[in-house]
Design a protein around this ligand. Structure first.
Ligand code: DGY
Length: 327
C-alpha cells in the first residue's frame, strides 16, 4: 500500500478475526471495536463523516439518514456479510456511496448449517440433548425419541442461489434426498440437472410436496413474510421448515401457532425477525431447534469474509473496479 493509503481512515463496527484486523491495521489507519459492543445509529453517522470507509456487519442498520449525513467523508460501506437487507441500497445509490458485500465465501459453511438443522430437527437431537442435560434420560428403549430419516425424502428449496445449490448437493449426494426448488426461473447453470432437481414455479405446490422446506431467498421488503400462515398451512403435517436465510422471511407468529398446534412437525432456525431478540413463544417449544445465527461461523469462512472486505477496500482506494459491488 502506498503512503497515502496508510493515512486513509477506516472504521470497523465489530471485532473481526484477528488476522483480518491485523491486515487492516497494516494498510489503513483503522479504528477497531475491541469491546465488540453494537454501535448505534449516531456512531455510524459520525463514522460516515469522519472516516474514508466504514466496515459494518449485518446487525448495523444503515438507513437514509446515516447515508445522507451532512459533511459526509466516507465513499464506501464495506459490509462484512453477504446479505445487505440492513442497508438502504436505494439511498446509498442516490447518495453515490459504494456498498460491497462478501459473496461466495460463506456458501459451504451456510449449507453445512442448513443440513445441521435438518438433522437436528428430523432426529430430535435438540430434544435429546435437553433431556440428557436435565437428567431426565432413563436409558435406551425402542420407542425413545424416534425421529425421521432424511433418505428418500423430498427437500424443497425456496430460492436456488449458491447456498441453496450447495445445500441440495449435500442433501442429495450425502443423504439420498430428492430435490425440488422454487425460483423465479428454471436453473440454467446445470446444477439442477446434476441433482435431478425438479423445478416448481408455484410456491404453494412446492410446500405441499416437500418433506423438508429450506429457505434461501434474500431478506428485504420483497420477501418479508413470504412464508406466512397461509403458506405454512400448505406444508405437510409431517413437514419441517428450515431457515438459514433471514428471519423476516417467516411470519414468526404464524410459525409459532403452527408448531404449537402440531400443524407442522418441526422447524430449525438460525435467523430471527428482530434478532438477536427471539420470541419467547419459540423458545418454549420442543419441536424447534434454535441456533444463534451461526451460518457462516467457521474460522475459515469468517477469515475469508474479512479478505473480501479487504479486497473491496483496497480496490476502492486504488480507484479500481470493486470485486463485490452491490451499489
Ligand atoms: C450474511 O453474511 O448475510 C450472513 O447472514 C452472515 O452469516
Amino acid at each position: 500500500m502506498s503512503e497515502t493509503a496508510g493515512r486513509l481512515r477506516v472504521f470497523v463496527s465489530r471485532r473481526l478475526p484477528e488476522r483480518v484486523e491485523h491486515l487492516l491495521g497494516e494498510r489503513y489507519q483503522v479504528t477497531l471495536n475491541p469491546a465488540d459492543t453494537p454501535v448505534d445509529a449516531a456512531t455510524l453517522a459520525r463514522a460516515m463523516s469522519e472516516y474514508d470507509a466504514v466496515c459494518i456487519t449485518i446487525l448495523d442498520r444503515v438507513d437514509r439518514d446515516i447515508l445522507h449525513v451532512g459533511g459526509r467523508r466516507a465513499g464506501i460501506i464495506a459490509n462484512f456479510g453477504v446479505g445487505v437487507d440492513h442497508i438502504d441500497i436505494e439511498a446509498a445509490r442516490e447518495a453515490g456511496i459504494a456498498v460491497t458485500n462478501t459473496p461466495g465465501v460463506l456458501t459451504e459453511a451456510t449449507a453445512d448449517l442448513a443440513l445441521t438443522l435438518m438433522l437436528m430437527v428430523a432426529r430430535r437431537a435438540g430434544e435429546g440433548e435437553r433431556e440428557l442435560r436435565a437428567g431426565r434420560w432413563t436409558g435406551w428403549r425402542p420407542t425413545h425419541l424416534m425421529g425421521e430419516g432424511l433418505s428418500g425424502k423430498t427437500l424443497g428449496l425456496v430460492g436456488f442461489g449458491r447456498i441453496a445449490k450447495a445445500t441440495a448437493e449435500r442433501a442429495h449426494f450425502g443423504f439420498g434426498m430428492e430435490i425440488a426448488y422454487y425460483a423465479r426461473r428454471e436453473d440454467a447453470s446445470g446444477a439442477a440437472e446434476k441433482l435431478q432437481a425438479r423445478f416448481q414455479p408455484d410456491l404453494p405446490q412446492l410446500l405441499q410436496t416437500s418433506d423438508i422446506v429450506s429457505l434461501h431467498v434474500p431478506g428485504g421488503t420483497e420477501t418479508r413474510h413470504l412464508i406466512d400462515a397461509d403458506m405454512i398451512a400448505r406444508m405437510r403435517p409431517s413437514g419441517i421448515l428450515i431457515n438459514t436465510a433471514r428471519g423476516d422471511v417467516i411470519d414468526t407468529s404464524a410459525l409459532v401457532a403452527a408448531l404449537a398446534g402440531g400443524r407442522i412437525a418441526g422447524a430449525g432456525l438460525d435467523v430471527y425477525e428482530g434478532e438477536p431478540h427471539v420470541a419467547p413463544e419459540l423458545i418454549a417449544l420442543e419441536n424447534v431447534v434454535l441456533l444463534p445465527h451461526l451460518g457462516s461461523a467457521t474460522r475459515e469462512t469468517r477469515e475469508q469474509m474479512g479478505m473480501r472486505v479487504l479486497a473491496n477496500l483496497d480496490a476502492w482506494f486504488k480507484g479500481e473496479a470493486l470485486p463485490d459491488r452491490v451499489a
